[in-house]
Design a binder for this molecule. Sequence first.
Ligand code: NAD
Length: 256
Amino acid sequence: MGMVEGKIALVTGAGAGIGRATALKFAQEGAKVMVSDVDTKGGEETVEMILNDGGEAAFMKADVSSAGEVAALVDKVVQTFGRLDCACNNAGIEGKVIPMADQPEANYDAVMGVNAKGTFLCLQAEIKQMQKNGGGAIVNLASVAGLIGFPGLSPYVASKHAVNGMTKNAALEYGKEGIRVNSICPGGIDTRMLDSLAEQASGGAQSTQEMMDPLHPIGRIGRPEEVAELIVWLCSPRASFITGANVPIDGGYVAQ
Ligand code: NAD
């Protein structure tokens, strides 16, 4: 029996990277999965991978920074699968690596719009649905950048600190209604986003691995599948007494 057997799960930003690995893991552990992304091709590929693996999944395009699209997405989950038990608010963007005083206002708005406001809007819609179900579990994607600062990444750091804060608030407000809300704080994970950050920070002088591996006490960056494992476990009944936590999964990064 899977960790989330018979549950209904929603994953945003599931067309690539950590979100795709999480959607696949939810399905492997017995959940029916609504895959969502702004990237239709990537999202449909994720669904295809789940179906080929013998799982059940559907795709809906939605931009998490739009309240209307997020509400329609949660409605679609209920129309398709009947309810909502687990949600992973994963969609995110890294933005531009520039010292704070020179950050364009548009970059701050874009990064906060997707990462902070997007997570807030998803929490609102998911919680309202989970109240109707009598409970549920939510995992938000923060980052080690939600726990400590990173030079050049002030909008991203602000957005991920916001995610960690709103995670605690949601846990406090809805714990007695059976809704658990946690966030996770990954270190460097091998995805397009980390390649973009390494490229911007080193100007292309170093590969992602050359630059990022030595920064982690464990000696390497992480894999999306390692993060998916934690997300699905936190959404499962095995994590029944964990709520309001900001859990690092970072090869020891913030222990330094
Ligand atoms: P990624 O760029 O590989 O995937 C992100 C996905 O989100 C893409 O498919 C993209 O199309 C989608 N997306 C972007 N904007 C969206 C929007 N407005 N609405 C819906 N979908 C949208 O990145 P990833 O590395 O897999 O990152 C996933 C999450 O993990 C992000 O929140 C990121 O900040 C966080 N994170 C990543 C790392 C890392 O090292 N890769 C570390 C810590 C935290």
